[in-house]
Design a protein around this ligand. Structure first.
Ligand SMILES: Cc1ncc(COP(=O)(O)O)c(C=O)c1O
Length: 469
C-alpha cells in the first residue's frame, strides 16, 4: 500500500522574511541581566563592547517581528527551506497510532541548525566594520557554523574548542580549518583565563564556561574583533525561529498541526527556534490545538531538572553578566559525555522562564537510552542523528509508545537539529558497549550554589529561596 506524503519541501520564496521575537509575548517580563559589580541591570550599551550593535538592539528589542536582511536570506537559500519529514518507518516499528514528523536541519553545510544564527551574526558584524569574530564551541557544531559564516562574509574567526571535544572530534576541527578558522583547544595558553586554569590543572578537560571566558577575553582585547555566542541569548534564539516558521507553513500544506513539539536543549536555541512560532499561535489564540512543548536534557547535565532558578554567570571566569536561569553553577565541569552540545551549566533565560511557568515540560535521559533511541531511528529512517537531537528522539519514542498504550492518535513534531556523521567515535563507543549512564550528583549542584552564595551574599534571599526548594 502506498503511503501519503513523506516529506514537505517549500519553495525558496517561502524562506521567512522576518524572525519572531518572543519577548513581547512572555507571561511576565524577562528578568534583566545584572552587572555583578553594581548589582543593577546591565546597560545594553555595555554589551556593545563585545557584541555587534545590531545584535544588542535585537537582544532587548520588544518588536515581535525582526526583518531578515536580504543578504542573510540569500545565504539561507543554500539549504533553506529545510525539509519536514514524516517518520513512517519509525511509526511502524513502534506500532504507534501517533504521527511522527521531524524538521531536519542537518542539510545545512555545517550539518546543524547553528548557521541560522551564525550567518546573521557574521553579517551584522561585517556591516559594522568588524574584521574577526571569536567564539567557543563544545561539540564543534557551533564553531563550524561560525567558521562557515565568517568565510562567506570575508571575516576571520578564532574558535576556542572545549579540549575534550577537540581530542574526541578532530574532524570538526578540520572542517573549521577548511573554512579558514583558527581553532584552539580550550583551556589554551592564548588567554589569561586559560593560562590560570592550566597552571592549576594542566589536564583540565575544558568546559563551555571556560571556552566562553577565553573567547570573550580575546575579543575584548582586540578593537577589530567581537565575540559571538551560539545559544542562550535572545538574539540567537530569535534567529533560529526560521525553523518553526517554516514548519508552520509545512504543516499548513498537509493540513496538519502538531499536538506536541519535542527538542533537545543545550542552551535552548534550536528548541526555541522550532517552538516559539507555535507558542505565538497559542498566545495569540490562533492555535487550532492545545499544544505541548517538551524539552530534553541529559542526566549528565540536568540544568533545569536538577538545577536552581537563580542569577548566575554564563561562564567560569565570571566575565558575563549574571543571568536569571536554571543553573548547575558556573563552576560546573561536565562529565565527558558524547552529546558535547548539551554540556552547558545554564539554559536560555527565556526558556527557563517558560519552564518555571510550566509552559515547557523538561525531562532528562541518560546517554545509553539516548543512543538506543538513535540506533532505532537510524535503522528505521536511515539518517544518523547527532547525539544531541537523539535526546529528543528518545522522548519521541516514549511519547509514541504512550500513544500506543493509550490508543491516542497524536501528531508529534520533533527537531532533528543535526546529523551525526562527524560523531562516529560516539557511535563506535556505543556499539562496543563503552557508554555508561551518568547522573550528575545533586550534592555537586548544592555545593556550587553555596559557593555562589558566598561570592554574592547580596543574592542571599534569591539563593536561599532556590536552595530551599
Ligand atoms: C547538533 C546540536 N544540537 C543541539 C545543540 C544544543 O544547543 P541548543 O540548545 O542551543 O540548540 C548543539 C550545541 O552545540 C548541537 O551542536
Amino acid at each position: 500500500m502506498s503511503r501519503g506524503i513523506c516529506k514537505v519541501v517549500l519553495d525558496e520564496e517561502l524562506i521567512p522574511r522576518s524572525w519572531y521575537n518572543i519577548l513581547p509575548d512572555l507571561p511576565e517580563p524577562l528578568p534583566p541581566p545584572l552587572n555583578p559589580a553594581t548589582r543593577s541591570p546591565v546597560n545594553p550599551k555595555d554589551l556593545e563592547a563585545i557584541f555587534a550593535k545590531e545584535l544588542v538592539r535585537q537582544e532587548v528589542s520588544q518588536d515581535r517581528w525582526i526583518p531578515i536582511p536580504d543578504e542573510v536570506r540569500d545565504v539561507y537559500k543554500l539549504w533553506r527551506p529545510t525539509p519536514l519529514y514524516r517518520a513512517y518507518r519509525l511509526e511502524k516499528a513502534l506500532k504507534t497510532p501517533a504521527k511522527i514528523y521531524y524538521k531536519y536541519e542537518g542539510v545545512s553545510p555545517p550539518g546543524s541548525h547553528k548557521p541560522n544564527t551564525a550567518v546573521a551574526q557574521a553579517y551584522y558584524n561585517m556591516i559594522e566594520g568588524i574584521e574577526r569574530l571569536t567564539t567557543e564551541t563544545g561539540a564543534g557544531q557551533w564553531g563550524s557554523a561560525l567558521a562557515f559564516a565568517c568565510m562567506l562574509f570575508g571575516l576571520k574567526s578564532t574558535i576556542y574548542m572545549v579540549k575534550v571535544s577537540y581530542n574526541q572530534k578532530p574532524y570538526r576541527r578540520i572542517l573549521m580549518e577548511m573554512w579558514g578558522a583558527e581553532v584552539l583547544a580550550s583551556p589554551s595558553s592564548r588567554t589569561e583565563a586559560g593560562r590560570k586554569i592550566l597552571e592549576k590543572d594542566p589536564d583540565n578537560p575544558g568546559s563551555l564556561g571556560i571556552a566562553i571566558s577565553e573567547a570573550i577575553e580575546d575579543a575584548v582585547k582586540d578593537p577589530r574583533a567581537k565575540y559571538t555566542l551560539g545559544s542562550v541569548l535572545n538574539h540567537v534564539l530569535l534567529h533560529q525561529t526560521v525553523i518553526g516558521l517554516e514548519a508552520r507553513e509545512q504543516f499548513a500544506v498537509i493540513d496538519e498541526y502538531p499536538d506536541m513539539i519535542i527538542g533537545c536543549i543545550g542552551g535552548g536555541s534550536s528548541f526555541s527556534g522550532i517552538f516559539w512560532p507555535f507558542y505565538y499561535d497559542k498566545v495569540s489564540g490562533k492555535a487550532p490545538k492545545d499544544i505541548r512543548f517538551i524539552a530534553v536534557e541529559p542526566t549528565a547535565c540536568p540544568s533545569i531538572t536538577q538545577g536552581f532558578y537563580t542569577y548566575d554567570h554564563g561562564d567560569t571566569a565570571r566575565l558575563t553578566p549574571l543571568l536569571k536561569m536554571y543553573t548547575l553553577g558556573h563552576t560546573f565541569i561536565p562529565p565527558p559525555i558524547h552529546a558535547g552540545g548539551l554540556r552547558y551549566h545554564g539554559k536560555a533565560p527565556t526558556l527557563c522562564l517558560l519552564a518555571r511557568h510550566g509552559i515547557v515540560d523538561v525531562r532528562a535521559y541518560d546517554q545509553v537510552s539516548v543512543f538506543d533511541a538513535a540506533a532505532l531511528f537510524t535503522k528505521t529512517e536511515g539518517i544518523l542523528p547527532a547525539p544531541e537531537p537523539s535526546h529528543a528522539i528518545k522522548a519521541v519514542i516514549d511519547e509514541a509508545i504512550r500513544c500506543r498504550e493509550e490508543n491516542e492518535e497524536k501528531t508529534i513534531l520533533f527537531l532533528l537539529c543535526g546529523h551525526g556523521l562527524l560523531d562516529m567515535q560516539a557511535f563506535d563507543d556505543y556499539l562496543r558497549g563503552k557508554l555508561h549512564p551518568y547522573y550528575y550528583p545533586r550534592e555537586h549542584v548544592i555545593e556550587a550554589l553555596r559557593e555562589l552564595k558566598t561570592l554574592y551574599p547580596w543574592l542571599n534571599g534569591e539563593l536561599s529561596k532556590a536552595l530551599s526548594e
